[in-house]
Write a protein that binds this ligand. Structure first.
Ligand SMILES: [Zn+2]
Length: 386
């Protein structure tokens, strides 16, 4: 499909933490060319009547959503390989996610290398895919969540280099436990190679997390989940992230991984630094039943995914439009702040905010039209409507 020159007008536009009534954007060739308010878009039409015109009166227009942590959907996990990519990407896109990072759970290293190669090949030809997020195997067995404990271990430089090579420049993010042997060296090595390092599935204290951030780590993987909580004598990684201005906190806003009140607190303590993620697994967009995640069995009941053995929460069945509704309608986050957490904040966390995450000239034509109830009405990615 090609990108048609398009004008979307008369929308309530949300970008940069602001809400602007009666706004329009124009895009062509997958890039936003002009924006404005009122009816001056008609001038563009006078110059070039070839535009598709979308009257967005009564609708909310936001940048496309960016998910930096998702494992699949539509019945497939991304670790099934490239055959699984299409259906899951399409399902997430229908919910407003125009760019995503493919997150790989812990598997034997050879498997992770092979999958990383497949994701890199896909990212090279599919603008929806920003690259790979490796969630494992360099994680703490004490906070293993839905990762196979038998495969968790401290990173070696040789292993990191193998993964970097397989990713061919598309390794965007790695979640690791910095307190493991050589953990801070691993942080520095990956940061030097242009990878955003996330602290997660970790037993790190406030102090150990601070050291990781000072070594260059810049993301906290699903804040509160897979790590120590906030204790009055052991403040833990979440407080360390609050205290570091450059750090983005991932939040799973399904109302289950975090209570709505806690989501509200994270937004309050880290303004502009929350990235809403899905951590979605295969059941997302499908329903309850039996699934797998990596090598582990998962049972989904009432939309909640848990390991069949032991009952640990195993990813979510969340989509980003639902995360938006949870943040706004249940946690009381303002709509502009919640939209930032779906768009420019995750773009900045991955260092792609020079081209993604805003509705401004020169940016990718990724846009979502929402109803006043925050349901997705229409989605464009790189100027193409699905
Ligand atoms: Zn995950």
């Amino acid at each position: 499909m090609t990108s048609e020159p398009t004008i979307i007008h008369s929308a309530t536009l949300i970008d940069n933490g602001l809400e602007r009534a009666n706004s329009w954007i124009a895009f062509d060739g997958g890039i936003i060319t002009r924006t404005g308010t009122g009816t001056d878009w008609r001038q563009l039409m006078a110059d070039d009547p070839g535009y598709d015109v979308v009257d967005a009166t009564g609708y909310i227009l936001t940048p496309g959503f960016i998910d930096i942590h998702t494992h699949g959907g539509a019945g497939h996990n991304f670790d099934e390989g490239s055959a699984a990519f299409d259906a899951a990407i399409r399902m997430h896109r229908s919910r407003g996610t125009t760019r995503l990072v493919i997150s790989l759970v812990t598997n034997p290293l050879d498997t992770m290398v092979a999958l990383t190669e497949q994701v890199a090949s896909r990212a090279a030809v599919d603008h929806h895919v920003l690259g790979v997020h490796l969630e494992g195997p360099f994680l703490s067995a004490l906070h293993k969540g839905a990762h196979n404990e038998r495969l968790l271990h401290a990173a070696t430089t040789a292993e990191l280099d193998r993964l970097l090579k397989a990713a061919n420049g598309y390794l965007r993010q790695i979640t690791l436990a910095p307190e493991l042997d050589g953990g801070l060296d691993a942080v520095r090595h990956m940061v030097t190679n242009g990878v955003a390092v996330a602290v997660g599935h970790s037993d790190a204290s406030y102090e150990q997390t601070t050291e990781a951030f000072e070594a260059g780590a810049s993301i906290l993987t699903h804040a509160f989940n897979g790590m120590n909580g906030i204790h009055h004598r052991a403040p833990g990684p979440v407080l360390a992230a609050f205290d570091h201005d450059g750090v983005t906190l991932e939040v799973i806003a399904d109302g289950i991984h975090l209570r709505p009140e806690v989501i509200s607190m994270v937004f309050g303590q880290a303004p502009g630094r929350v990235a809403l993620i899905t951590d979605a697994m295969a059941a997302t967009g499908v329903g309850d039943g039996h699934y797998t995640l990596g090598e582990l069995d998962v049972t989904v009941t009432d939309g909640v995914a848990r390991l069949t053995e032991g009952g640990s929460i195993a990813g979510s069945t969340l989509t980003l439009d639902q995360a938006l509704r949870t943040a706004v309608l249940r946690s009381g986050v303002s709509l502009p702040n919640a939209v930032t957490a779906l768009t420019s904040a995750p773009a900045r966390a991955l260092g792609v905010d020079d081209r993604l995450g805003h509705l401004q000239p020169g940016y990718a034509a990724d846009a979502v039209l929402l109803t006043p109830e925050l349901e997705v009405a229409r989605v464009w990615a790189a100027g193409v409507e699905a």
